[in-house]
Design a protein around this ligand. Structure first.
Ligand SMILES: [Cu+2]
Length: 115
């Protein structure tokens, strides 16, 4: 009886750590990806709110963030980023964070895409 328990304990010790070790690793990789300092996107201007320093974009997928295409409101880092932008403009933009620990991405660069 004692011997069998010992074998089970060994099996548990040998097998259990594998999935446990694999998971934090995958989590860490995903986190590193999200911790990338900036991300590039393209999209179309839906509306601009200069008073609130916000812009609504219909953006294309942003692979580096795992985002699909969607309609989304962004804050901009400063008012001058909105200069000259209007509804319907095709834009190329960069997302960044005011502070590294922030959860929200804001627009730190945006320019009308010339095509
Ligand atoms: Cu989005």
């Amino acid at each position: 009886m004692k011997k069998r328990i010992g074998i089970i304990a060994l099996l548990l010790a040998g097998v259990a750590p594998l999935p446990l070790a694999a998971q934090p690793m995958a989590g860490r990789e995903a986190q590193e990806e999200a911790e990338q300092a900036s991300h590039q996107g393209v999209g179309k201007v839906v509306s601009v709110d200069r008073a609130k320093l916000r812009i609504k974009l219909a953006h294309e997928p942003i692979k580096s963030l795992g985002w699909s295409a969607m309609l989304m409101d962004f804050s901009v880092a400063n008012a001058s980023l909105l200069d000259g932008l209007k509804e319907g403009d095709a834009v190329r933009f960069e997302l960044g964070k005011a502070k590294p620990e922030d959860l929200v991405w804001l627009i730190v660069k945006i320019e009308i895409e010339l095509r």
